[in-house]
Design a protein around this ligand. Structure first.
Ligand code: COA
Length: 204
Protein backbone atom coordinates (compact mmCIF):
# COMPACT_ATOMS: atom_id res chain seq x y z
CA UNK A 1 0.00 0.00 0.00
CA UNK A 2 1.42 3.39 -0.99
CA UNK A 3 0.66 6.50 1.01
CA UNK A 4 0.13 9.74 -0.93
CA UNK A 5 1.43 12.86 0.79
CA UNK A 6 0.43 16.43 0.06
CA UNK A 7 -2.39 17.75 -2.07
CA UNK A 8 -3.91 16.76 -5.39
CA UNK A 9 -1.43 16.18 -8.20
CA UNK A 10 -3.31 17.71 -11.08
CA UNK A 11 -3.10 21.34 -12.11
CA UNK A 12 -4.89 23.43 -14.71
CA UNK A 13 -3.49 23.08 -18.22
CA UNK A 14 -1.76 25.92 -19.94
CA UNK A 15 -2.68 26.68 -23.51
CA UNK A 16 -2.02 23.80 -25.90
CA UNK A 17 -1.33 21.21 -23.19
CA UNK A 18 -3.39 18.04 -23.28
CA UNK A 19 -1.76 16.41 -20.26
CA UNK A 20 -0.83 18.17 -17.05
CA UNK A 21 0.47 17.22 -13.64
CA UNK A 22 1.87 18.81 -10.51
CA UNK A 23 4.63 17.07 -8.51
CA UNK A 24 3.26 14.89 -5.74
CA UNK A 25 4.89 12.93 -2.92
CA UNK A 26 4.38 9.25 -2.12
CA UNK A 27 5.67 6.98 0.62
CA UNK A 28 6.50 3.44 -0.53
CA UNK A 29 5.69 0.36 1.54
CA UNK A 30 9.12 0.40 3.22
CA UNK A 31 8.88 4.09 4.16
CA UNK A 32 10.93 5.43 1.22
CA UNK A 33 9.75 8.89 0.16
CA UNK A 34 9.54 9.56 -3.57
CA UNK A 35 8.44 12.55 -5.57
CA UNK A 36 6.40 11.88 -8.68
CA UNK A 37 7.07 14.62 -11.21
CA UNK A 38 7.25 15.19 -14.94
CA UNK A 39 10.48 14.19 -16.65
CA UNK A 40 12.84 17.02 -17.63
CA UNK A 41 15.93 17.28 -19.89
CA UNK A 42 18.07 17.32 -16.71
CA UNK A 43 17.04 13.70 -16.10
CA UNK A 44 19.12 12.32 -18.97
CA UNK A 45 22.04 11.10 -16.81
CA UNK A 46 19.62 9.69 -14.22
CA UNK A 47 17.87 7.79 -17.00
CA UNK A 48 21.20 6.23 -17.99
CA UNK A 49 21.61 4.97 -14.40
CA UNK A 50 17.98 3.77 -14.44
CA UNK A 51 18.54 1.76 -17.63
CA UNK A 52 21.83 0.31 -16.38
CA UNK A 53 20.02 -1.23 -13.41
CA UNK A 54 17.25 -2.94 -15.43
CA UNK A 55 17.16 -6.72 -15.78
CA UNK A 56 16.82 -8.35 -19.20
CA UNK A 57 13.34 -9.52 -18.26
CA UNK A 58 12.17 -5.98 -17.44
CA UNK A 59 13.57 -4.72 -20.75
CA UNK A 60 11.80 -7.54 -22.59
CA UNK A 61 8.48 -6.89 -20.79
CA UNK A 62 8.67 -3.15 -21.48
CA UNK A 63 9.93 -3.11 -25.08
CA UNK A 64 8.87 -6.60 -26.30
CA UNK A 65 12.47 -6.99 -27.48
CA UNK A 66 15.95 -7.13 -26.02
CA UNK A 67 16.95 -3.55 -26.75
CA UNK A 68 20.60 -3.15 -25.86
CA UNK A 69 21.75 -0.82 -23.11
CA UNK A 70 23.72 1.12 -25.71
CA UNK A 71 20.60 1.68 -27.81
CA UNK A 72 18.42 2.57 -24.83
CA UNK A 73 20.91 5.13 -23.50
CA UNK A 74 21.90 6.79 -26.78
CA UNK A 75 22.02 10.55 -26.24
CA UNK A 76 19.64 11.36 -29.13
CA UNK A 77 17.08 8.85 -27.86
CA UNK A 78 17.19 9.90 -24.21
CA UNK A 79 17.25 13.60 -24.99
CA UNK A 80 14.05 13.18 -27.02
CA UNK A 81 12.40 11.05 -24.30
CA UNK A 82 13.29 13.58 -21.59
CA UNK A 83 11.80 16.54 -23.52
CA UNK A 84 8.12 15.72 -23.78
CA UNK A 85 5.64 17.74 -25.81
CA UNK A 86 2.66 18.19 -23.45
CA UNK A 87 0.34 18.66 -26.41
CA UNK A 88 0.70 14.93 -27.06
CA UNK A 89 2.56 13.18 -24.28
CA UNK A 90 3.55 13.15 -20.63
CA UNK A 91 6.17 11.14 -18.76
CA UNK A 92 6.19 10.88 -14.97
CA UNK A 93 9.24 9.81 -13.01
CA UNK A 94 9.43 8.52 -9.45
CA UNK A 95 12.37 10.46 -8.01
CA UNK A 96 14.06 9.38 -4.78
CA UNK A 97 16.43 11.82 -3.09
CA UNK A 98 19.11 9.60 -1.62
CA UNK A 99 21.05 10.19 1.60
CA UNK A 100 24.05 11.38 -0.46
CA UNK A 101 21.85 14.13 -1.91
CA UNK A 102 21.72 12.60 -5.41
CA UNK A 103 18.40 11.95 -7.12
CA UNK A 104 17.61 8.48 -8.42
CA UNK A 105 14.80 7.54 -10.79
CA UNK A 106 12.94 4.45 -9.56
CA UNK A 107 10.20 4.31 -12.20
CA UNK A 108 8.89 5.94 -15.36
CA UNK A 109 5.28 6.12 -16.60
CA UNK A 110 4.44 7.50 -20.02
CA UNK A 111 1.21 8.42 -21.79
CA UNK A 112 1.30 9.23 -25.51
CA UNK A 113 -1.69 10.49 -27.47
CA UNK A 114 -2.59 8.60 -30.63
CA UNK A 115 -2.85 11.18 -33.44
CA UNK A 116 -6.43 11.79 -34.58
CA UNK A 117 -8.07 9.72 -31.81
CA UNK A 118 -9.28 10.36 -28.25
CA UNK A 119 -6.80 7.72 -27.21
CA UNK A 120 -3.43 7.55 -25.45
CA UNK A 121 -1.05 4.63 -25.05
CA UNK A 122 0.64 4.06 -21.71
CA UNK A 123 3.90 2.37 -20.78
CA UNK A 124 5.34 1.65 -17.33
CA UNK A 125 8.77 0.66 -16.11
CA UNK A 126 9.85 0.26 -12.47
CA UNK A 127 13.45 -0.52 -11.54
CA UNK A 128 13.81 -4.18 -10.57
CA UNK A 129 14.96 -3.45 -7.02
CA UNK A 130 11.67 -1.63 -6.31
CA UNK A 131 9.22 -3.86 -8.16
CA UNK A 132 6.47 -5.23 -5.92
CA UNK A 133 6.49 -2.16 -3.64
CA UNK A 134 3.32 -0.64 -5.09
CA UNK A 135 5.07 1.94 -7.27
CA UNK A 136 3.79 0.59 -10.60
CA UNK A 137 0.21 0.67 -9.33
CA UNK A 138 0.66 4.21 -8.01
CA UNK A 139 2.12 5.44 -11.31
CA UNK A 140 -0.64 3.85 -13.37
CA UNK A 141 -3.29 5.38 -11.07
CA UNK A 142 -1.74 8.78 -11.73
CA UNK A 143 -1.80 8.16 -15.50
CA UNK A 144 -5.48 7.22 -15.15
CA UNK A 145 -6.15 10.51 -13.35
CA UNK A 146 -4.33 12.41 -16.09
CA UNK A 147 -6.19 10.46 -18.78
CA UNK A 148 -9.53 11.16 -17.14
CA UNK A 149 -8.84 14.91 -17.18
CA UNK A 150 -7.81 14.65 -20.84
CA UNK A 151 -10.92 12.52 -21.57
CA UNK A 152 -9.11 9.81 -23.49
CA UNK A 153 -9.23 6.05 -23.77
CA UNK A 154 -6.03 4.62 -22.27
CA UNK A 155 -4.61 1.61 -24.08
CA UNK A 156 -1.58 -0.60 -23.57
CA UNK A 157 0.07 -3.82 -24.72
CA UNK A 158 1.23 -6.53 -22.33
CA UNK A 159 3.07 -9.79 -22.98
CA UNK A 160 1.23 -12.93 -21.84
CA UNK A 161 3.86 -13.92 -19.27
CA UNK A 162 3.85 -10.47 -17.65
CA UNK A 163 1.59 -11.56 -14.80
CA UNK A 164 2.37 -8.57 -12.57
CA UNK A 165 1.37 -6.02 -15.22
CA UNK A 166 -1.81 -7.91 -16.09
CA UNK A 167 -2.63 -8.06 -12.37
CA UNK A 168 -2.10 -4.31 -11.92
CA UNK A 169 -4.32 -3.57 -14.94
CA UNK A 170 -7.11 -5.81 -13.63
CA UNK A 171 -6.83 -4.18 -10.18
CA UNK A 172 -7.37 -0.74 -11.72
CA UNK A 173 -10.42 -1.75 -13.77
CA UNK A 174 -8.83 -2.12 -17.20
CA UNK A 175 -10.45 -4.53 -19.65
CA UNK A 176 -8.11 -7.12 -21.17
CA UNK A 177 -8.34 -8.84 -24.56
CA UNK A 178 -5.86 -11.45 -25.75
CA UNK A 179 -4.78 -11.18 -29.39
CA UNK A 180 -3.35 -14.56 -30.47
CA UNK A 181 -2.00 -13.23 -33.77
CA UNK A 182 0.15 -10.66 -31.98
CA UNK A 183 0.75 -12.91 -28.98
CA UNK A 184 -0.07 -10.11 -26.55
CA UNK A 185 -2.83 -8.70 -24.37
CA UNK A 186 -4.45 -5.41 -25.31
CA UNK A 187 -5.57 -3.58 -22.18
CA UNK A 188 -7.76 -0.51 -22.09
CA UNK A 189 -9.62 1.85 -19.81
CA UNK A 190 -12.08 4.21 -21.43
CA UNK A 191 -12.04 7.55 -19.58
CA UNK A 192 -14.10 9.52 -22.06
CA UNK A 193 -17.06 10.92 -20.10
CA UNK A 194 -19.67 9.09 -22.17
CA UNK A 195 -17.90 5.75 -21.59
CA UNK A 196 -17.03 5.95 -17.90
CA UNK A 197 -18.03 2.86 -15.94
CA UNK A 198 -17.77 2.09 -12.25
CA UNK A 199 -14.51 0.23 -12.79
CA UNK A 200 -12.81 3.14 -14.47
CA UNK A 201 -13.64 5.47 -11.60
CA UNK A 202 -11.13 3.85 -9.26
CA UNK A 203 -9.81 6.43 -6.75
CA UNK A 204 -6.42 7.90 -7.56
C1 COA B 1 4.83 -4.34 -14.32
C2 COA B 1 5.40 -3.30 -13.38
C3 COA B 1 5.26 -1.90 -13.98
C4 COA B 1 4.58 -3.35 -12.08
O1 COA B 1 5.13 -2.42 -11.17
P1 COA B 1 5.33 -2.81 -9.64
O2 COA B 1 5.76 -1.62 -8.92
O3 COA B 1 6.19 -4.01 -9.56
O4 COA B 1 3.82 -3.21 -9.29
P2 COA B 1 3.06 -3.13 -7.89
O5 COA B 1 4.02 -3.43 -6.80
O6 COA B 1 2.31 -1.87 -7.81
O7 COA B 1 1.98 -4.27 -8.07
C5 COA B 1 2.31 -5.54 -8.51
C6 COA B 1 1.09 -6.41 -8.33
O8 COA B 1 1.26 -7.59 -9.10
C7 COA B 1 1.22 -8.71 -8.25
N1 COA B 1 2.14 -9.67 -8.82
C8 COA B 1 3.48 -9.62 -8.84
N2 COA B 1 3.95 -10.71 -9.48
C9 COA B 1 2.88 -11.42 -9.86
C10 COA B 1 2.72 -12.64 -10.55
N3 COA B 1 3.77 -13.34 -10.97
N4 COA B 1 1.46 -13.09 -10.78
C11 COA B 1 0.39 -12.38 -10.36
N5 COA B 1 0.48 -11.21 -9.69
C12 COA B 1 1.71 -10.75 -9.45
C13 COA B 1 1.63 -8.19 -6.88
O9 COA B 1 1.17 -9.03 -5.86
C14 COA B 1 0.92 -6.85 -6.88
O10 COA B 1 -0.45 -7.03 -6.67
P3 COA B 1 -1.23 -6.36 -5.41
O11 COA B 1 -1.07 -4.87 -5.56
O12 COA B 1 -2.65 -6.80 -5.60
O13 COA B 1 -0.56 -6.91 -4.20
C15 COA B 1 6.89 -3.61 -13.02
O14 COA B 1 6.97 -4.90 -12.51
C16 COA B 1 7.81 -3.45 -14.21
O15 COA B 1 8.32 -2.37 -14.46
N6 COA B 1 8.02 -4.54 -14.97
C17 COA B 1 8.91 -4.49 -16.13
C18 COA B 1 8.37 -3.62 -17.25
C19 COA B 1 6.95 -3.94 -17.60
O16 COA B 1 6.49 -5.08 -17.49
N7 COA B 1 6.20 -2.92 -18.02
C20 COA B 1 4.84 -3.11 -18.44
C21 COA B 1 4.69 -3.01 -19.93
S1 COA B 1 3.68 -1.61 -20.31
Amino acid sequence: MITPRGSTSLVRPTSGQLFYFRPTKLTLCDGTHVTIRSITPEDESRMIDFHQALSQQSVHFRYFAMLSLGFRTRHERLAALCATDRAREIALVADQKRSDGEHEILGVARLIKTPGLDEAEFALLVTDRRQGDGLGTALLKLLVAIGRKAQVRIVGHVLPDNAAMLHVCRNLGFTLHFHPAEGEWAVELDLRPEHLTRGSQAPV
